[in-house]
Ligand binder design. Sequence first.
Ligand code: UDP
Length: 239
Amino acid sequence: MILITNNGKRDDGRAYDEIRPLKIEAGVLERADGSAYLEVGGNKVLVAVYGPRESYIRRLLKPNTGVIRCRYNMAPFSVDDRKRPGPDRRSTEISKITAEALRPSLMLEGFPRSMVDVFIEIIEAEGGTRCAGITAASVALADAGIPMKDLVVGCAAGKVNDEIVLDLSEKEDKEGQADVPIAMMPRTEEITLLQSDGDLSEEEFGKALDLAMEGCRQVNKVQIEALKTRYAQDAGSDS
Ligand code: UDP
């Protein structure tokens, strides 16, 4: 049993609508144009952003706008069973949906024929790494000073023991019935990623979506605090 029914708490003591402990730091790498480090539950994620810059991959460039490219990578030591190094179907899919989730937030029209590269490294994984990667990548893009309409936040809800719960742990993801990861721009509530894995009724899906959106609003506050702390440091070093 994952949900302890008599007091409504989950396996790790969380309420149904509670996210795991979350920490975000912006500007953690010297050599990247922008960077962020994020921990949520047992996930540890590092993101480096380079650009907008010229790229040798000319076929990807566009004459009237800059383009974003993402690489999601799991370290071999990030999971219990060693992960074979290098790209696979899963990481290729997550790289693609991450770029699609972030792209609507960026204002790259002022950077024709240039590329923004986002490298997402999962150092430790414990469920929900695609959402954690998107959340951290958006902070790193802001840290790089790339013009954007809003931050993008990732968060998942899902179904465990017939209950709709927020921010699934790895155990809940594996033993649960469904997982709905989303990404959202909180200001307009525009959804930029919506995936669904498992069986949900229409009502349950609606509940999961509402809960995941609420999770995004909570995570967004931590993103903003991370950027405020970063800019306060910058302002301090300028004076
Ligand atoms: N996972 C793993 N080995 C892998 C891929 C994933 O142990 O090769 C674990 C990891 O903890 C991950 C979780 O399974 O967070 C759920 O993976 P999923 O594909 O659902 O993506 P995520 O929830 O991380 O976005």
